[in-house]
Write a protein that binds this ligand. Structure first.
Ligand code: NAD
Length: 443
């Protein structure tokens, strides 16, 4: 099949690479000329395990191409995937300007039947909005072309995006059109051989499914963080509680890790956008508002624990940070807890010495050169001569540490662990003061 993808970010590029790998002909279009230039040079604009290899293989066999040219992109695919960003607007609702810009571009350039596939996470009603936008542009051109708009939300996780795209539990397609349904079935047939993964439903339900999934996952995290905060105050150990409840199959072990709050490009903005959608239809989504509030508070716990451990005396201190990305195996720092921490540290007059296996360039891009941010090349460099250590991301490289060695590196023997990586007893044996999440034993 000939497929066009608008947007070469985490979702668009992974979708393009995966669909070309199963034999489709894919043209990826992005308005970011620098990004497309890098891709044309074989240079990946993002870090995602396995992506570079997949992109290079399919560029080499001619099935994956990149362009900044809208007209040829629209002319190319029968399927036109929209995978552009939907960042939060000022009031928390999803900003649809990029999605609608693509819709207008499709309307301006299309000359035959197209299925427009909304892969971006968009509020209920957006497919309708996209349909209307295209119809109006076509009407201005005096064209009466047939097209369908369907919703095909994406459930991949950064860090395991290719695996998720390829082996995901389900492929949701919202459409009322038989013609679009058949084309979507053809597009995803290579992923649908083992068992039936395609779930067809009405467009609005498909759009809501994506928000419901992210809101449910965010709820699990905030719930665990709430219980962790309680455990800390009640003299209990959240890790024991986690094992205790996870063993109940109705609850399960997935997504019940306490920590320093969820971040990334999806959960924060999607929970907010769903809350806003609810308000727009006159419904106060109290649970969602609490999920968001608990998360905001949790993001402050790293700083609060550190400030308390250092008797609120942070001025002139150098704090080592292990991990900057919002989770391991990605360079994405959007809404990462590390950012809240760094910004609070700078306000308090402290310096940051940070190491992350993949997010250093992203950190430099966001914050630029500043005296109070030192980016170093290893976890060892980060702690050498620092006053205290904070762990923000559970990268594998931070999991095993010689605590006696660590004690010698830090001027003040304080470790704040936002990911509960260690056994409190082991850390304390080495003479370190250990502050984890929800572990009374670590206080
Ligand atoms: P991203 O910011 O990484 O990439 C978006 C890309 O779209 C950018 O490269 C940008 O230049 C490009 N773009 C903007 N306007 C364009 C236009 N008019 N034409 C062509 N390209 C244009 O975003 P992302 O993380 O890939 O997310 C894309 C969508 O997928 C969002 O709605 C997001 O919520 C959703 N989503 C993201 C993830 C994830 O883990 N990142 C997972 C599931 C769903």
């Amino acid at each position: 099949m000939r497929i066009t993808i608008f947007g070469t970010g985490y979702v668009g590029l992974v979708t393009g690479a995966c669909l070309s790998d199963v034999g489709h002909n894919v043209l990826c279009m992005d308005v970011d000329e620098a990004k497309v230039a890098r891709l044309l040079d074989g240079d990946m604009p993002i870090f995602e395990p396995g992506l570079e290899h997949l992109v290079k293989r399919n560029v080499a066999n001619g099935r994956l191409r990149f362009t900044t040219d809208t007209a040829s992109a629209v002319a190319f695919g029968t399927l036109q995937f929209i995978a552009v960003g939907t960042p939060p607007d000022e009031d928390g609702s999803a900003d649809l300007q990029y999605v609608l810009a693509v819709a207008r571009a499709i309307g301006e350039h299309m000359n035959d039947y197209k299925v427009i596939v909304d892969k971006s996470t968009v509020p209920v009603g957006t497919a309708n909005n996209v349909h209307e936008t295209i119809r109006q542009v076509l009407a201005k051109r005096g064209c009466d072309l047939d097209f369908n708009v369907c919703s095909n939300p994406e459930f991949l996780k950064e860090g395991a995006a290719i695996e998720d795209f390829t082996y995901g539990a389900r492929i949701i397609v919202g459409t009322e059109s038989e013609r679009a349904k058949e084309l979507m079935r053809e597009c995803y047939a290579p992923y649908n051989r083992h068992h039936e993964k395609l779930m067809f439903m009405d467009v609005r339900s498909a759009e809501l499914t994506k928000y419901a999934a992210n809101a449910m996952l965010a709820t699990k995290i905030s719930f665990m963080n709430e219980i962790a905060n309680l455990a800390e105050r009640l003299g209990a150990d959240i890790e024991a509680v986690r094992h205790g409840i996870g063993s109940d199959p109705r609850i399960g072990y997935h997504f019940i890790y306490p920590g320093c709050g969820y971040g990334g490009s999806c959960f924060p903005k999607d929970v907010q956008a769903l809350t806003r959608t609810a308000q727009q239809v006159g419904y106060e989504a109290e649970l969602l508002a609490s999920v968001e509030a608990v998360n905001q508070r949790q993001k402050g716990t790293l700083f609060n624990k550190l400030a308390q451990a250092l008797n609120r005396d942070l001025t002139g201190k150098t704090i080592a940070l292990w991990g900057l990305s919002f989770k391991p195996n990605t360079d994405d720092m959007r809404d990462a807890p590390s950012r809240d921490l760094m910004e609070s540290l700078w306000t308090a007059g402290a310096k940051v010495r940070a190491y992350d296996p993949e997010a250093m360039n992203e950190c430099r891009r966001i914050y630029g050169d500043r005296d109070d941010l030192i980016l170093v090349k290893s976890r060892e460099d980060a702690v050498r001569g620092a006053d205290a250590l904070v762990i923000c991301t559970e990268w594998k490289v931070f999991r095993s540490v010689d605590f006696y060695w660590l004690k010698q590196q830090l001027a003040i023997p304080v470790v704040v662990d936002g990911r509960n990586l260690y056994e409190p007893y082991d850390v304390k044996q080495a003479g370190l003061l250990y502050f984890a999440v929800g572990r009374a034993d670590s206080l």
